[in-house]
Design a protein around this ligand. Structure first.
Ligand SMILES: [Zn+2]
Ligand SMILES: [Zn+2]
Length: 138
């Protein structure tokens, strides 16, 4: 059978905050997804840990609204919606991470690791067998 010429499909992923004012679009596959157990992620999310979908900076654009930022550590910007308070993103020099919970298709992004496991809240049970790193593995 002759192969039909097919268009190259480029993956697109969208995210939005609770109130919908901010939408973000990422083009192409994520590098990976991780669960971060650091204290800063616990505080900024109000949760036991923060799952982050990691993209290269040039893959991500804010398509509506404007992210507000908090500079939580050297070179790290945490993005949130000033209107509804949603935790949206984590930007470092090399990456633009989007919080899994604001992704429109969170089922697509399976985590591959736990980082900052040394500050994990011990009574939050993790039953997966993913690698756990005491700190960041990078
Ligand atoms: Zn919002
Ligand atoms: Zn963290």
């Amino acid at each position: 059978m002759k192969k039909k010429h097919t268009e190259i499909e480029i993956e697109k992923h969208t995210a939005r905050c609770l109130c919908g004012k901010i939408t973000i679009e990422a083009t192409g596959p994520a590098k990976y997804t991780e669960y971060c157990h650091c204290k800063w992620c616990q505080q900024v999310s109000g949760s036991a840990f923060l799952p982050l979908v990691v993209f290269d900076k040039d893959q991500v654009v804010v398509t509506s609204g404007k992210l507000s930022h908090y500079n939580s550590s050297h070179g790290a910007l945490r993005g949130f919606c000033r209107n509804c308070g949603s935790t949206m993103s984590f930007q470092s020099a090399k990456s633009f991470d989007i919080a899994l919970g604001v992704m429109d298709n969170p089922e697509h992004f399976k985590s591959s690791k736990h980082i900052w496991a040394k500050s994990r809240i011990s009574h939050v049970m993790i039953t997966d067998s993913l690698p756990r790193f005491d700190e960041s593995d990078e």
